[in-house]
Each structure stands twice: as C-alpha cells, then as structure tokens.
Ligand binder design. Structure first.
Ligand code: PNS
Length: 162
C-alpha cells in the first residue's frame, strides 16, 4: 500500500489544503494529513484544535485520515510506513524552500520522497494566513475554509470548545 503524508501547520486548514489532500488521495492508496509544529511560527490554534479542524474537514474522504505530530516529519513518515510527502506549491517563491525541505527530509529518511502538486489557479490567494486575518478582523472566512469546519471554528473562537 502506497501511503503519502500531507504535512503542514494547518493553522487552520483551508480549501487549498483540502484540494491538495483530495488530489493526493486520488494518486496514493492512503493519505495522512499530518498537523505539525512549525518552529518558525506562533500558531493561532493549538495542535489539538488544528487536529480537530483537520479531522472534521477530512472525514468525508475515505482514504484520508488526520493525525498530529510534534516531532520530526521524517520520523513520523518512517513510523507511518509512508513513501512520500505531498506538498502544494503556489509559485516559484514556495519552491526554493520546499526543495530544501524535501532534501532535508530525504537525508533524514532516504526512502522518503517529496511530490509537488501545483495549487489550482483559483486557490493561489488562499492561505491559513489569509483565514487568520479574516478571523482577527471579524470578516467571513467561509469562502476559504472547508464548510465542515465553519461551526467548529466559530465555537473554538468563542472559547466554547475546551
Ligand atoms: O504549513 P507549514 O507551516 O509550511 O508546514 C511546515 C511543516 C510543519 C511541514 C514543517 O515545519 C515541519 O516539517 N515541521 C516538523 C519538524 C520537521 O520535521 N522539520 C523539518 C526538518 S528541519
């Protein structure tokens, strides 16, 4: 069975992430959307909240499961039996950094390769950063987030969950 991982901060998960996961799921037997810690970022949502949102969003995709990991991605890939990471790229500026990460991850676990999928043109402006800005300024994030996460996101923001 070919298992791929879609890793990211998912702070929070967007329709762009979901498109990537669905496309990866059409190529691989199983996809693990792994919510991770990016040491360079200070997230708006906790790892547990981001996982809960990712679980709600991916529930409808039969061969996609959501997981969380606060360790090294290469270690998680090895222990999950994954052969590939799937990353979305929005343009050339994404690619420089992503190629470095792909090389580091392969140094750490040589059986792990990275597959890049181009973002759909209609999603080029969609990012977690954009969603967080909408939330901060009380503007609708609905066009950019999976519909399954709208209510949960609202409750998390209101502090009613946890
Ligand atoms: O959505 P992001 O923030 O661009 O995702 C980056 C992420 C979380 C995939 C990356 O920071 C990561 O892999 N973090 C886990 C720790 C790790 O394995 N780092 C790579 C080796 S330096």
């Amino acid at each position: 069975m070919k298992i791929a991982i879609c890793p990211g901060s998912f702070d929070p998960i967007t329709i762009g992430h979901m498109d990537l996961a669905a496309r990866a799921a059409a190529i691989f037997d199983k996809v693990i959307l792994c919510v991770m810690v990016n040491g360079e970022k200070n997230p708006m949502f906790s790892l547990a909240e981001r996982l809960e949102l990712a679980r709600a969003a991916t529930a409808r995709l039969a061969n996609v499961e959501a997981a969380a990991c606060d360790g090294l991605l290469a270690d998680f890939a090895q222990s999950s039996g994954a052969c590939a990471l799937v990353k979305g790229v929005r343009g050339a500026s994404d690619l420089d950094w992503e190629i470095q990460m792909a090389q580091i991850n392969r140094d750490l676990y040589p059986k792990l390769d990275t597959v890049f999928l181009p973002a759909r043109p209609e999603h080029l402006h969609v990012s977690s950063t954009l969603v967080r800005e909408m939330l901060r300024y009380d503007r609708p994030a609905a066009p950019y987030i999976p519909p399954e996460t709208e209510e949960l996101l609202r409750r998390i923001r209101q502090g009613k969950v946890r």
